[in-house]
Design a protein around this ligand. Sequence first.
Ligand SMILES: C[S@@+](CC[C@H](N)C(=O)[O-])C[C@H]1O[C@@H](n2cnc3c(N)ncnc32)[C@H](O)[C@@H]1O
Length: 245
Amino acid sequence: MASSTGPGPYVTPKEQDVRPGAVDDYVNSHLQTPASNKYHNALEHIREKSIAAGLPDIACSAAQAKYLAIQVKIAKAKNILELGTLGGFSAAWMASAGPDVKVTTVELEEHNANVASKNIAEAGLQNQIDIQRGAGLGVLPKLVAEVKAGQRPEFDFIFIDADKQNNLAYLNLALPASRSGTVVIVDNVVRQGRIAYPDEAAKDERISATRNLIETIGKDERLDATVIQTVGEKSYDGFLFAIKK
Ligand SMILES: C[S@@+](CC[C@H](N)C(=O)[O-])C[C@H]1O[C@@H](n2cnc3c(N)ncnc32)[C@H](O)[C@@H]1O
């Protein structure tokens, strides 16, 4: 139920809780194994190779990337759109969900796209991943026009993980190129709980844009959505999950 008084001031936790990272380490040691995924060895090294190439350490965690891949399998998705490639970690994970899964991933930074291209080729997934270079707002209308023209299949899975200010614009551009049942996942929608606090939103455009995204989706009859909060090695954050009706 919505509160009329709001949540009050945001309180930064005094200490970093080490337990979620310990749990990630523990479960990954059992569940992220060569037997579980034929690309395991390559996937395991993409994040460290990206960091060595100078990219920021902002890819999703290994557990989250595997979770995305499992969602791709559950949805039986074959044509994935990703906004925000970075070093190709999440794209490679999603492509590893099956040999007939295709990922079209959009990246603004040339260097990031080059690193991703190398990582993806070294993983042997280059035939399944198409890196589109440029700003999402420039590239996406072209991709959507190609879908409308029958030159590429509709997107059945959309992962939005680029510049957070444009989350809603990406959703609105991509949705007409999707179908009933298309899954939409947006990363980083909780931001250590700051999303619930209007004062925090006033200080950070990424948070105000994400609040706008959540509030707009709530009124959008095309979608049914929820937010799942996450903890782990990437601290306290969350995914927005939506399905196109
Ligand atoms: C959080 S990282 C993506 C992480 C990646 N999805 C993963 O988990 O492995 C965000 C990426 O979006 C890219 N980006 C930022 N603004 C963009 C824009 N306007 N269009 C396309 N990509 C953008 C950044 O350069 C960065 O590589």
